[in-house]
Design a protein around this ligand. Structure first.
Ligand SMILES: *Cc1c(COP(=O)(O)O)cnc(C)c1O
Length: 434
């Protein structure tokens, strides 16, 4: 049972100080430092199902799930067995192993528009490579992305890139020369006219449009009705490549991701997070006509020493197999339980008279401390981040581990229980009252 209002922090504080002396900010990814919300970041030592434990033996209900990958929960037995079995045969060979085609088969079965897929080791690599491929295929230079969408930390994509970047209050990033982003066009999300205008202005020069079909990286922001359809029609008409960045949404919103949920086929899809079941995996894929441009078949170079790593493949295979075999049970349950949680907390906010709105698609959601509706970066940015920070810290002290930023989506997984949800709503009621 998670502790209430008595979080010990001595050990985590000591570990943070030790890490800070050697690692920038003590962290290997900025959001983990809690700069947006304040307080002591717990150092996690163990996880099981929907719960995690920190170095001070505090227990938390986890709504981050390693930022999405752990849709089956922590230390899921079939995933652990699969990793252990692979590890006993050696950890890496830098040569092909049978498991790569096993994971490819599972991925292709989920995404019918894809005929071929290439595995990499992170979402960043997946989107960077997909964009290179789109440019190789179209022989055009410009790319269109949307404000508040995050596609990893490649130079050309660190423009109006949502969550992490926004949380830190830096518009892009130092160290990215203007020349490196001169072909990146950043447009407001959910605005079809802006896209039409860009294609008019850069006629026959836009290689691709890359989009998170449900944005998770400015908080959860769904596409408006027919927005994705419009992107599909415009890119088809302009012979530009449509890339769905499904690093977060793939295998989460449905087994076949947002493209299955909304029944829209992009030209290229990028994946990450769930596809690796908690180990580092990313992927990009599409029709053979485009994918056959990738080396060694074609002239678009892309490589990776640890790409297709057997441990990572094993974790991905076990995760995707469970999702495939139990999809009739898992996805409807995620929808129902997430609905109950998100609505329950929203009702508590209303009762407490807190300015509040929420967005949710399936098991991806955000409670915004804003009047709303939140439909794009500008409306998300109106959130009261100070109120969010207070809410976040109170929830953490009550044993509820939420994303430590207003601009990150939270996730529910298959291991969460009715009791987890009820306990979370009860904690939120108290937190919002104060
Ligand atoms: C997390 C994320 C990425 C980056 O993936 P990394 O594995 O962190 O490099 C890219 N795109 C989207 C939509 C993401 O959510």
């Amino acid at each position: 049972m998670p502790s209430t209002m008595s979080r010990k922090v001595e050990q985590s504080r000591r570990l943070q100080q030790r890490a800070e002396s050697m690692i920038p900010g003590g962290v290997n990814s900025p959001v983990r430092a809690f700069r947006a919300v304040g307080g002591d970041p717990p150092f996690i030592v163990r996880g099981k199902g929907s719960h995690i434990w920190d170095a001070d033996e505090n227990e938390f209900i986890d709504y981050i799930g390693s930022w999405g990958p752990l849709i089956l929960g922590h230390a899921e037995p079939s995933v652990l067995d699969s990793i252990l079995a692979a590890a006993c045969n050696g950890t890496s060979f830098g040569a092909s192993t049978p498991s790569e085609a096993d994971l490819a088969e599972l991925v292709l079965s989920a995404f019918p528009h894809m005929q071929k897929v290439r595995f990499v080791s992170s979402g960043t690599e997946a989107t960077m490579s997909a964009i290179r491929l789109a440019r190789a295929y179209t022989k055009r230079k410009y790319i269109v992305k949307f404000e508040g969408c995050y596609h990893g930390h490649a130079d050309a994509l660190l423009v109006k890139a949502g969550s992490g970047v926004a949380t830190l209050g830096i518009p892009g990033s130092a160290g990215v020369p203007e020349e490196f982003i001169q072909f990146t066009v950043a447009l407001p999300f959910n605005d079809v006219q802006a896209v039409e205008h860009a294609f008019h202005k850069f006629k026959h020069q836009i290689a691709c449009v890359i989009v998170e079909p449900v944005v998770g990286n400015m908080g959860c922001v769904p596409a408006a009705d027919d927005y994705l359809v419009a992107l599909r029609l415009i890119t088809e008409r302009e012979r530009s490549v449509l890339i769905f960045d499904e690093v977060m949404t793939g295998f989460r919103l449905a087994f076949g991701g947002a493209q299955e949920l909304y029944n829209i086929r992009p030209d290229l899809t990028t994946m990450g997070k769930i596809i690796g079941g908690g180990l580092p995996v990313g992927a990009y894929g599409g029709p053979s006509e485009i994918m056959d441009l990738v080396a060694p078949l074609g002239p678009m170079y892309q490589a990776g020493t640890l790409s297709g790593n057997p441990l990572a493949m094993a974790a991905g295979i076990a995760t995707l197999k469970q999702l495939r075999d139990r999809k009739q049970e898992i996805y409807p349950r995620l929808e129902a339980l997430s609905g109950k949680l998100v609505d329950g907390v929203a009702a508590a906010a209303k009762e407490a008279g807190v300015e509040f709105c929420h967005n949710r698609v399936g098991s991806m959601f955000t409670w915004f401390f804003a009047q709303g509706p939140v439909t794009d970066w500008d409306s998300a940015a109106k959130s009261n981040t100070e109120a969010f920070g207070k809410f976040f810290r109170t929830m953490l002290d009550s044993g509820i581990y939420l994303p430590p930023s207003q601009y990150e989506a939270a996730f529910l997984g298959a291991a969460h229980t009715e009791q987890d949800v009820e306990q979370t709503i009860a904690a939120a009621k108290q937190a919002l009252r104060r």
